[in-house]
Ligand binder design. Structure first.
Ligand SMILES: NC(=O)c1ccc[n+]([C@@H]2O[C@H](COP(=O)([O-])OP(=O)(O)OC[C@H]3O[C@@H](n4cnc5c(N)ncnc54)[C@H](O)[C@@H]3O)[C@@H](O)[C@H]2O)c1
Length: 250
């Protein structure tokens, strides 16, 4: 029960890696507010967490809308009165070459990525100061390696890493830790791609030193539990690769 009595806010918690993080946090005793776009998926995950005995609270919010983003922290504080852990996991993007990257495509990735992460961190700061809280942000090997067709995504993800380093420098004096996870996991999006392109999928898996994709709860969720726990109190400004050794760039 490494997160007993901790209040966590997790974005993109309805599905994929975010849902895995919610389950891992629930099993460590955290109370969880999680943000998602899809009401049905959100309610389903909320019920799963309640069934685990977790005090869970689904917040339907569209992170492309900055007014909605700034309404999230007051909702969490209204319900729980404090915040110990902020996990910025949600991100949406469309992968196309730079010449096909429209302003709308750029906006989608920057709004759900760097803007939502920045606004939630800024709005959470007064409460994180009170709890000496933890922030775990999500980036990607795609950003670190500058993968083709991912301009909007890579730019937003590397901006999140830069923001995290700045926050770790500014907020260390408050006892707040800010770290980044770069995952590799078989979320529904990856599973869909596997069904459509089994050969490309297998080629990708063969290139991962551990020869498998991560599990959203057991591999990624538990790593986030570690960074959110007191065990990681002297780690800040760090990017943790939870990707089976796939990306060596730092
Ligand atoms: N899956 C991987 O292997 C992998 C690799 C590198 C980085 N990542 C990063 O890890 C995180 C989770 O990845 P995933 O594979 O679970 O992604 P996913 O696409 O399966 O899920 C993303 C989540 O974000 C939420 N979301 C998307 N747009 C939203 C919006 N406008 N408003 C509110 N919520 C919104 C979705 O509801 C969903 O819960 C992301 O930041 C992703 O970029 C994943």
């Amino acid at each position: 029960m490494r997160l007993a009595n901790k209040i966590a806010l997790i974005t993109g918690g309805s599905s994929g890696i975010g849902r895995g993080i919610c389950h891992a946090f629930a099993k460590e005793g955290a109370s969880i507010a999680f943000v998602g776009l899809n009401e049905e998926k959100g309610r389903k995950t909320e019920q799963e967490l309640l069934d685990l005995g977790c005090d869970a609270f689904f917040i339907r919010s569209d992170l492309t809308d900055r007014k909605e983003v700034v309404s999230i922290i007051p909702k969490v504080i209204g319900r729980y009165g404090k915040l110990d852990v902020l996990v910025n996991n949600a991100h949406a993007s469309k992968n196309v070459p730079i010449e096909e990257t429209t302003e709308d495509i750029m906006d989608l990735s920057l709004n759900t990525g760097i803007w939502a992460t920045f606004l939630l961190m800024k709005n959470a700061l007064p409460y994180l100061k009170e709890t000496k809280g933890k922030v775990v942000n999500f980036a990607s090997g795609a950003g670190m390696e500058g993968l083709g067709n991912q301009a909007s995504y890579a730019a937003s993800k590397e901006a999140i890493r830069a923001l995290s380093r700045v926050a770790s420098n500014e907020w260390g004096k408050y006892g707040i830790n800010v770290n980044v996870v770069c995952p590799l996991a078989d979320s529904p999006g990856v599973q869909e791609w596997q069904d459509k392109h089994p050969h490309s999928y297998q080629k990708m898996v063969d290139l991962i030193p551990m020869r498998r994709l991560g599990d959203s709860e057991k591999d990624i969720g538990k790593s986030v539990v570690f960074l959110a726990s007191d065990d990681a109190s002297y780690i800040t400004g760090h990017t943790l690769m939870v990707d089976g050794g796939a990306v060596k760039a730092r």
